[in-house]
Ligand binder design. Structure first.
Ligand code: UDP
Ligand code: MG
Length: 314
């Protein structure tokens, strides 16, 4: 059986459309399937739509969070609740084209354990969004040594890969990169991002920046190592400058450089605080992990899903 996991935050207008389009495509492949919608604390009646769809069609299942926990949480809740031999994760605004699902399933049947959806084009988006996404993926790709620039959350995972993901103990997850990290035999399918069918994107610039920082630091300790590098550069600089200053002092030609002193103080002060901030950020992450709070809280599920949670989320 193939499960399709669909995170949905205020997508009431897209549920019926998603159900009909995905069902049509999947029944065409002859596979058994289920659709698992995770309503991420929606306030526009998304969950009611899911319940209605579920009552009309037993393939449709769904759960509702107690509040908005974010897309990552919704994806992992879906992975945990899905019971298929393969699980496909896709957006329920249908920006991930339904038409590539058969190709994904074929690649899985041919032996791929992870099928990555790779964007041919990023679709229509603002220039600022494009630039910041480019910067983010540039840095991320360098940090985790995987080219992520055109990867997305649109993926098919074999049961083995799903279980491996669900066993990861951390609560700060970054799905897009974790599927590379767990390894397995991976294949790609290419797709064009489609226009959003209804409603608008849920991302704000501030939200994206927070998401970028949290993902970069949850995946790499490189920023911490950069602080050490910066420290070494300053120490070498200090030794050279120190020797030169002493020479001048004893030679009686020492410069009265008040400006230099102020500049040095400000520069070093700035770097110190920045370093403290970076270290502090990691401490905050440790604090969050140590608290061990659940990543999401489920308020209600459709009857067909009760008691299905797997992995570290059970
Ligand atoms: N989403 C979610 N929780 C959130 C924000 C978004 O589950 O807090 C879902 C949303 O319903 C959609 C998918 O994540 O199915 C992608 O969101 P969106 O279309 O807003 O992002 P974009 O496609 O613009 O990157
Ligand atoms: Mg979208």
């Amino acid at each position: 059986m193939v499960s399709v996991v669909l995170p949905a935050y205020n997508e009431a207008d897209n549920i019926e459309l998603a159900v009909s389009e995905i069902s049509k495509t999947l029944s065409g492949t002859g596979e058994e399937y289920e659709l698992v919608f995770i309503s991420d604390g929606s306030s526009d009646g998304t969950y009611e739509k899911i319940q209605a769809a579920s009552a009309a069609d037993p393939h449709v299942k769904g759960a509702e969070f107690s509040r908005n926990f974010g897309k990552e949480a919704a994806i992992f809740a879906g992975l945990s609740l899905a019971s298929g031999d393969a699980v496909i994760v896709m957006d329920c605004d249908l920006q991930h084209p339904v038409s590539v699902l058969p190709e994904m399933i074929e690649k899985w049947k041919a032996g791929a354990e992870v099928v990555e959806g790779i964007k041919n084009s990023r679709g229509r988006e603002g220039i600022f969004h494009k630039l910041s996404a480019g910067l983010f993926y540039g840095i991320m790709s360098r940090l985790i040594k995987i080219d992520m620039s055109s990867s997305s959350d649109f993926k098919l995972l074999d049961r083995k890969a799903v279980d491996a993901l669900l066993e990861l103990p951390e609560s700060n997850t970054f799905f897009r990169a974790l599927t590379f990290w767990i390894g397995f035999r991976s294949e790609k399918v290419f797709y064009d991002v489609e226009e959003r069918r209804n409603g608008s994107s849920k991302w704000t610039t501030k939200g994206l920046i927070k998401y970028a920082i949290s993902n970069a630091t949850s995946f790499s300790t490189l920023p911490l190592k950069l602080i050490t590098t910066m420290g070494w550069i300053f120490i070498i600089f200090a030794v050279v400058l120190g020797i030169q200053t002493l020479f001048r002092y004893f030679g009686g030609t020492s410069a009265d450089g008040f400006t230099t002193v102020i500049l040095l103080l400000l520069i070093i002060g700035g770097f110190m605080m920045l370093s403290l901030g970076i270290a502090g950020h990691y401490i905050a992450r440790i604090y969050e992990e140590v608290k061990g709070r659940p990543r999401f809280i489920i308020r209600d599920t459709t009857e067909s899903l009760t008691g299905n949670l797997k992995g570290q989320w059970k």
